[in-house]
Design a protein around this ligand. Structure first.
Ligand SMILES: Nc1nc2c(c(=O)[nH]1)N[C@H]1C(S)=C(S)[C@@H](COP(=O)(O)OP(=O)(O)OC[C@H]3O[C@@H](n4cnc5c(=O)[nH]c(N)nc54)[C@H](O)[C@@H]3O)O[C@H]1N2
Ligand SMILES: Nc1nc2c(c(=O)[nH]1)N[C@H]1C(S)=C(S)[C@@H](COP(=O)(O)OP(=O)(O)OC[C@H]3O[C@@H](n4cnc5c(=O)[nH]c(N)nc54)[C@H](O)[C@@H]3O)O[C@H]1N2
Ligand code: SF4
Ligand SMILES: [Mo]
Length: 670
């Protein structure tokens, strides 16, 4: 047996900390993965999913060669072909489609399978060059971003490392134990243990056991709670009017609206008793440096951006932002660009504007006909059958015989099953890239540590080949992956260029550097002030607006799970086994009136579909709400459909985002 060498990697998944990893390598294979103690964030460890990353990389299920479909769409029958055969077939089909119907008949579909900059975004350059339809990539938290920015502009929010200075925490619609593990670790440190932690969520998610108080709220009503808290703060003289005068604009206009938003009014919207609203507001107002740790759950509603806008305004009301640890955490802590993304996406390659298709409306897009029809779909780093709304209609679209579908994947996902051609994808360990965490002020690089098995290729190398077969001759498509990383390091943004020499050296070698934390009083809005009232918006004064809701009696929430990351990690048997069946949490009273008992098979249904779950009956959920955790595959469900079959394609109020927590269902025994 050869010697063990240790190399640095960075976690490529869609998770806010982009943890540093150390790979132990023997005979060209990774034998173990652990946390990199030199990394600025993941000093204490990494999550259970990534502790055995080698199990994913060397999984028996991995796709190792290009494949051509031999069975019916969806059946999962394929034969191995060479890269040359696959690329020739793909590009021949595309050339015909472009000549006959124009390049907009081709639609790329990507999302967050890999988060490193080049591998994630290089496809944009290829499809810009082609002139293909533009995918609007708003499957995650763009409503949250729009709501925050409408108040704070580009001002950086708290980096979680600053939470050590806070004296009170509100975890608002986030399951830290699953999605922000490094933040939870910080909150549980001995020096922070005694500080009160309040969870506001639709159910007692796995983070509840780390909190001192759990407040259950009706989904989509958080804006009412924020307004009622502001009502109390204003009425009881806890708003910091000096701070608001100096740093913000428009408070006097909002103040006029506050009298009507009483805790009693909020109780009728949120289901939280007026007494608890008052108690929460008073505690929050009494704290010197309270931090609101905001998840994305409550932004995935028809009123999601307005909700985040109201919570952001609440975070400034008591002047918390002027004290270390006070303010809002969970939006973007970075107030400047670390990487010039246009060097990767190359908007200049696109010669004329093309139509935009929102990823949340992919199902509808695949049913367009005539001149508008989508005739080819190229999916990479995404698994829309499991992660995009309106699953049933989406699958019907993918079944179209005249839709030429290519999927670049690591595993036979529910989406890959519908491909005409599958291309085998590399893992992050087998490719090189630049990494920015979205939840921390860090910047890193990681070089390939092992060769890809079989014929797997990275996104960059695949688009390079596709460009070659299409006859695209731009120098961009000639670069190797390593040359592209070096090119990016040689063309730094101002912030990255200003790093100390030793940090720049580290980036060339591979590793993560801590970038300066944002100055939270350096308000980066158009007016230089925090915009409590924003004249650029349709509704300048923030107000309570209801979410879409629906005609069925129970509100349905899709929560993230600990054992998977969106649909990723469904290839890991150990994690899938620990997770268990696809369950639907429901309140004991809601179950009783429907004759449902714990553990029973149940059917949740609405106008879109029926989905079979196991009932998880509990009193730790808001009445009238049902929640399903985690993203399951179709084969793990009782009837071949998962929660997204029950979700509409409607978009949020700002940011064109998913509204996957804003749907209603009825439930009956199966
Ligand atoms: N293990 C694991 N880690 C992950 C992911 C995963 O799937 N698994 N996903 C990754 C991705 S892509 C992202 S974007 C982040 C997301 O991570 P965060 O931004 O921290 O947000 P979530 O944990 O998704 O927040 C979901 C919570 O919001 C609650 N919620 C839903 N609607 C409402 C509402 O109207 N009001 C309130 N108060 N709560 C509501 C849900 O019940 C759930 O507990 O996590 C990333 N990390
Ligand atoms: N019901 C429900 N739906 C959700 C969510 C939820 O919590 N519940 N979360 C939502 C959120 S926040 C998000 S961000 C989206 C995420 O939606 P998706 O981006 O579809 O995320 P994943 O399901 O993780 O699928 C990513 C796929 O990319 C593949 N992949 C990984 N690395 C690479 C690579 O380097 N190259 C290529 N070509 N492929 C690669 C993986 O094998 C995986 O199949 O889902 C959203 N949808
Ligand atoms: S906590 Fe998130 S970033 Fe860290 S190793 Fe796990 S999935 Fe990756
Ligand atoms: Mo996400």
């Amino acid at each position: 047996m050869g010697e063990v060498s240790v190399k640095k990697m960075i976690c490529p998944f869609d998770c806010p900390s982009s943890c540093g990893l150390l790979a132990e390598i023997r005979d060209g294979r990774i034998v173990r993965v652990k946390n990199d103690p030199d990394h600025p964030v993941s000093i204490n460890g990494i999550c259970r999913k990534m502790q055995q990353y080698e199990k994913n990389i060397y999984s028996e299920e991995r796709i190792l060669t290009p494949l051509r479909r031999t069975g019916k769409k969806g059946e999962g029958k394929f034969e191995a072909v060479s890269w040359d055969e696959a690329l020739t077939e793909i590009t021949d089909r595309w050339k015909v489609l472009i000549a006959q119907y124009g390049p907009e008949s081709i639609l790329p579909c990507m999302y967050s399978g890999v988060m490193s900059d080049i591998q994630r975004n290089c496809g944009d350059a290829f499809f810009n060059r082609m002139g293909a339809s533009v995918l609007v990539k708003t499957l995650c938290s763009s409503a949250k971003g729009a709501g925050y920015e409408s108040v704070m502009g580009k001002t950086g929010c708290l980096d979680p490392r600053e939470l050590k200075d806070s004296d009170y925490y509100i975890v608002w619609g986030s399951n830290l134990a699953a999605t922000r593990l490094q933040t939870l670790a910080d909150l549980m440190k001995p020096e922070n243990r005694h500080k009160k932690k309040v969870l506001i969520d639709t159910y007692a998610n796995p983070t509840a056991k780390y909190c001192d108080q759990v407040i259950l709220i009706n989904p989509g009503t958080d804006g009412a709670l924020a307004l009622a808290m502001m009502h109390v703060l204003d009425k009881e003289g806890m708003a910091d009017e000096l701070f608001l005068e100096q740093y913000a604009e428009g408070y006097e206009l909002l103040k006029k609206e506050l009298p009507k938003y009483t805790p009693e009014w909020a109780e009728s919207e949120t289901g939280i008793s007026a007494a608890v609203v008052r108690q929460l507001a008073r505690e929050y107002g009494a704290a010197k440096a309270p931090a609101i740790i905001l998840g994305s759950g409550n932004s995935r509603h028809g009123n999601g951006a307005m909700t985040v806008r109201l919570i952001t305004v609440l975070s400034v009301l008591t002047g918390a932002w002027q004290r270390p640890g006070g303010g809002l955490c969970g939006c973007t802590p970075i107030n400047t660009a670390y990487v010039d993304g246009t060097l990767i996406t190359r908007p200049d390659f696109r010669k004329q504007a093309a139509r935009r298709i929102n990823i949340n409306q992919l199902a509808g897009a695949l049913h367009l006909t005539g001149d508008e029809a989508v005739r080819s779909l190229y999916v990479y780093a995404a698994n829309p059958v499991n992660t995009v709304s309106n699953q049933k209609k989406l699958v019907e679209g993918l079944e179209r015989e005249d839709l030429f579908t290519v999927v670049h994947e690591r595993f036979m996902t529910d989406t890959a099953r519908y491909a005409d051609i599958i291309l085998p994808a590399a893992f992050s360990a087998e490719q090189s890239d630049i990494y920015r965490a979205y939840g921390y002020c860090t910047l890193g690089t990681a070089w390939k540590v092992v060769e890809a098995p079989g014929e797997c290729k990275s996104n960059w190398n695949t688009f390079r080949l596709l460009a070659q077969y299409m006859g695209y001759e731009e120098p961009y498509f000639q670069r190797t992956e390593e040359e592209m990383v070096l090119y990016m390091l040689d063309h730094p943004t101002e912030a990255a260029g200003n790093c100390p020499e030793e940090d720049r050296q580290l980036l060339r070698q591979g590793g993560t550097i801590a970038m300066p934390l944002s100055d939270h009083l350096d308000i980066r809005t158009k007016t230089g002030k925090i915009r409590i009232v924003n004249e650029d918006l349709k509704e300048p004064v923030p107000a309570y607006r209801r979410n879409y809701g629906g005609n069925y009696p129970l509100k349905l929430v899709a929560a993230p799970g600990i054992y998977s990351l969106n649909s990723t990690f469904n290839e890991r048997k150990d994690l899938v086994d620990s997770r268990g069946a696809m369950t639907l949490w429901m309140h004991g009273e809601d179950a009783a009136v429907r004759g449902i008992v714990n553990g029973q098979d149940i059917i949740a249904y609405n106008d879109l579909a029926q989905v079979v779950f196991k009932a998880h009956v509990t009193d730790r959920i808001a009445r009238g709400t049902v929640v399903s955790e985690g993203v399951y595959t179709r084969s793990q469900s009782g009837n071949g459909y998962t929660i997204n079959a029950l979700n509409h394609e409607r978009l949020s109020d700002m940011g064109e985002a998913t509204t996957l927590n804003d749907n209603t269902v009825e439930v009956r025994p199966a």
